[in-house]
Design a protein around this ligand. Structure first.
Ligand SMILES: Nc1ncnc2c1ncn2[C@@H]1O[C@H](COP(=O)(O)OP(=O)(O)O)[C@@H](O)[C@H]1O
Ligand SMILES: [Mg+2]
Length: 366
């Protein structure tokens, strides 16, 4: 899968930008604050209509403007044009100029794997951050996932409201709570199954990839969920036994909204024991494993983005890592230090110099 072109209108610090990309390697360089991450953020946003830096889409619109548009041509077997238009009212997405109403029909089309420096924070962040990673990665692979997740969240909200109603109205019947619990379990199990499948698959590749980077080490993700190793009846029982506690607290105490991922390196929890370097390598190994998974499941090579290469990866390993990259995988690298990238690699790349929202393509060696 290749991104041939991108066209931005009023995105972050870009007023108008039109670029043609290289099929293999694209190196984007410039000073801090120039707009390098903004550019790869636009590519990422085109793919999944979300930013990796903010949950507030309005931040993406150039200051003082009312809307932004990101447009790109993506080539797989055929060429297709993708568009995201964002304004105060919300987002619109189009494929070949036709509006796509269901997000799930859009976001499974352009497959991107992104590595950025902040990401190593996920190990020590709240479980919510790790669930977000999981949600994004799975929704790229499984069309139904986002629909299940939306349905689950709707029921979860209703159930929490109803628990508070029951608290006020102590004598009300629990029949409706039972119905909501059943629905919660049904959607929850669908999500659980897809999460489990994803994590099992990632685990098949994880250690291999970690060892390719680091030569040794056994990396493994444990999926921690209230639904782990339980039959549907046992899950039911877990809720029923705790109705009174849930009513007293006014919230749903069990379910996939509490799921978490725990990364173990050589059987030790990496969030507690891992060095910074190990964390960087672990998250990179996760991304490489994901590439394998996308290859296996969708039979395509995703687009790879390495934002701020020398901070995202462990310095000592960068040479190995670049050598690992498959020639056929279209890669975007951003950096402040062009001269640290291998000359042979640069000679095959397209090089873009970014300065205050302006981008110039450079001939190598000039
Ligand atoms: N919505 C926006 N409108 C205009 N400029 C923005 C907006 N959001 C961010 N910027 C500017 O973009 C620049 C940061 O760009 P970024 O891509 O993060 O830099 P870097 O090249 O270091 O990765 C800052 O100068 C910031 O002021
Ligand atoms: Mg940056």
């Amino acid at each position: 899968m290749k991104l041939n072109t991108i066209k931005l209108t009023n995105f972050r610090n870009y007023e108008k930008l039109c670029l043609e990309f290289n099929n293999h390697l694209n190196v984007i360089y410039g000073n801090n604050g120039a707009g390098k991450t903004n550019l790869v953020e636009a590519i990422y946003f085109l793919s999944i209509t979300k930013s990796f830096r903010t949950n507030n889409d309005k931040m993406l619109i150039k200051n003082g403007e009312l809307s932004t548009k990101i447009e790109g041509e993506v080539e797989e077997d055929t060429k297709n044009n993708y568009q995201v238009i964002l304004n105060k009212e919300g987002k619109k997405v189009k494929i070949n100029n036709n509006i796509v109403r269901k997000v799930s029909d859009y976001i499974t089309n352009i497959n991107i794997v992104l590595l950025e420096p902040e990401e190593q924070m996920i190990f020590n962040a709240s479980p919510q951050v790790r669930r977000k990673l999981l949600n994004i990665e799975i929704s790229k692979l499984e069309k139904e996932y986002i629909i299940y997740l939306n349905n689950y969240n709707v029921i979860l909200k209703q159930r929490n409201f109803y628990l508070r109603d029951l608290y006020i109205n102590g004598n009300a019947s629990k029949d409706y709570l039972n119905i909501l619990t059943q629905k919660l379990i049904d959607w929850g199990l669908k999500i659980y199954e897809l999460r489990l499948k994803f994590i099992n698959k990632i685990n098949e590749y994880l250690s291999i990839k970690y060892q390719e980077i680091y030569k040794e080490g056994d990396l493994f993700i444990k999926y921690s969920s209230d639904y782990n190793n339980k039959t549907k009846d046992e899950i039911n029982e877990m809720y029923e036994k705790n109705y009174n506690r849930e009513i007293a607290l006014g919230k749903t105490l069990y379910g996939i909204h509490h799921d978490d991922l725990i990364f173990y390196l050589d059987k030790k929890d990496i969030s507690e024991w891992g060095s910074n370097g190990q964390k960087k390598n672990a998250i990179f190994a996760f991304k490489l494993a994901e590439i394998e998974l996308i290859k296996e499941q969708n039979n395509i090579l995703p687009i790879l983005i390495l934002d701020d290469l020398f901070s995202a990866l462990d310095n000592k390993k960068i040479k190995n890592i670049i050598a690992l990259l498959n020639d056929n995988i279209q890669t975007f690298i951003t950096t402040t230090e062009l001269n640290r990238i291998n000359k042979k690699l640069l000679s095959k790349a397209s090089i873009f110099k970014v300065n205050k929202g302006l981008v110039e393509e450079e001939e190598y060696g000039r």
